[in-house]
Ligand binder design. Structure first.
Ligand code: UDP
Length: 328
C-alpha cells in the first residue's frame, strides 16, 4: 500500500511509520513538527507542512496516489483543552476538516482516524464497548467526537470510508529501542514514573488514593503502542477489503491501577522511585477499561505486548536512551 501518515513525527505516528515501512508499504509522513520530531521519522519520505495549509495538502495528496490517509496529528492534553478550547477546536476539528476536504477533493477514499476513550466521558459501565454512549466531558474529547460525527456525514455525502480507533492509554515504546514517547511537557503516567526512576525528575505524584478501586488509585487500560499500530494496519486492510466504515475501542482489556504501574516500574528498573500522594486530578474517572472484543473479532487483532512489565520495560529501554534524544 501507499499510505500518507499525518502526524508521523509524533509518538504513535512515528511507530506507525516504522511498522508500515517494515511491512513493505510505501509511506510518506506529513507533519508540521509543532509537537513531533524530525528525527523520529526514520522511514519513508518526510514533508513538513501544516494542516491549515490547504494548497500544501493538495500538492501532497495529488502527487501521491495514496491508498489511505492515517491522521495522528492532534493536541492531546485534557487540562490544556479546558483552559484553551480554541486551540483544540482549531487544530483537532477545523484543521482536520481542512484535511478531509483535501482528501475528498483529491479522490482518496480511505481514512484512519486516531480517536480516544475520552469521548465516552464518565463511564456508565466498564469495560467500555462501542455501544457505550459518547458524552465527552472536556474539549479534547469533544473535538474527537465531532470528527467522528463529521466522518459519518462525509461518508454519506462524499463516499469517504473511515475507521475511528479509540485509544485507551497508549504506552510503551518500540521494542527495538529506536522510537518512544517524547511529549513536552510530559503528562502521562508511565514516562513520568520512569523519569523519576532515571533521576530526570524528583518523584511521581499519585493523583488520588480515595477512588472506589481495590487500592484506591485510578485504573487504566495501558495498550502497547506497537499493538495500537498493528490495529491500524489491520484496520486499513480490512477497510479496503470490506469497504465498511467502523469504530473500534482499543485496549488490552486489563486494567492496572496507578499503584500497580509504580510497582511494575520498581520491578523493571530496580530503582527507588519517590512517590508523593496528591489530590485527585479534575475529570479523572476511577476506572477506564476497554472492551476490545469487536476489534479482535472484526480485525483479528491480538495485542502481543499485553503484560504490564513488558510495556513498562520497553518504555524503560527508551528512557535509558534519553541521553541520545533528550540530550541529558
Ligand atoms: N496520574 C498520576 N500522576 C501523574 C500522572 C498521571 O497519578 O503524574 C494518573 C492519572 O490520574 C490517571 C492515570 O495516572 O489516573 C493515567 O494518567 P495519564 O495522564 O497517563 O493518562 P489518561 O488516563 O489521563 O489518559
Amino acid at each position: 500500500m501507499n499510505i500518507l501518515v499525518v502526524g508521523g513525527a509524533g509518538y504513535i505516528g512515528s511507530h506507525m511509520v516504522k511498522l508500515l515501512a517494515v511491512a513493505g508499504h510505501r509511506v510518506v509522513t506529513l507533519d508540521n513538527l509543532c509537537q513531533g520530531y524530525r528525527d523520529a521519522v526514520r522511514y519513508g519520505e518526510f514533508i513538513e507542512a501544516d494542516l491549515a495549509d490547504r494548497a500544501a495538502l493538495e500538492r501532497v495528496l495529488k502527487g501521491g496516489a495514496f491508498d489511505a490517509v492515517m491522521h495522528f496529528a492532534s493536541f492531546i492534553q485534557v487540562g490544556e483543552s479546558v483552559a484553551e478550547p480554541a486551540k483544540y477546536y482549531t487544530n483537532n476539528v477545523t484543521n482536520t476538516q481542512n484535511l478531509l476536504d483535501a482528501i475528498v477533493g483529491c479522490g482518496v477514499n480511505h481514512f484512519i482516524f486516531s480517536s480516544t476513550a475520552a469521548l465516552f466521558g464518565e463511564p456508565e459501565y466498564t469495560p467500555i464497548n462501542e455501544a457505550h454512549p459518547a458524552r465527552p466531558i472536556n474539549p479534547y474529547g469533544r473535538s474527537k467526537w465531532f470528527v467522528e460525527q463529521m466522518l459519518e456525514d462525509y461518508e454519506r455525502a462524499y463516499g469517504l470510508k473511515s475507521v475511528c480507533l479509540r485509544y485507551f492509554n497508549a504506552a510503551g515504546a518500540d521494542p527495538d529501542g529506536e522510537l518512544g514517547e517524547r511529549h513536552l511537557p510530559e503528562t502521562h503516567l508511565i514516562p513520568l514514573i520512569l523519569q523519576a526512576a532515571s533521576g530526570r525528575r524528583d518523584g511521581i505524584k499519585v493523583f488520588g488514593r480515595d477512588y472506589a478501586t481495590p487500592d484506591g488509585t485510578c485504573i487504566r487500560d495501558y495498550v502497547h503502542v506497537m499493538d495500537l499500530c498493528e490495529a491500524h494496519l489491520l484496520a486499513i486492510e480490512t477497510l479496503r477489503s470490506t469497504q465498511k466504515s467502523a469504530r473500534y475501542n482499543l485496549g488490552n482489556g486489563n486494567g492496572f491501577s496507578v499503584q500497580e504501574v509504580i510497582d511494575s516500574a520498581s520491578r523493571v528498573t530496580g530503582c527507588d522511585i519517590k512517590v508523593v500522594d496528591d489530590v485527585r486530578r479534575d475529570g479523572d474517572p476511577a476506572v477506564l477499561v476497554a472492551d476490545s472484543r469487536l476489534a479482535r473479532e472484526a480485525l483479528g487483532w491480538r495485542p502481543r505486548f499485553a503484560e504490564l512489565d513488558t510495556i513498562v520495560g520497553h518504555a524503560w529501554q527508551w528512557e535509558c536512551s534519553a541521553g541520545e534524544w533528550a540530550g541529558v
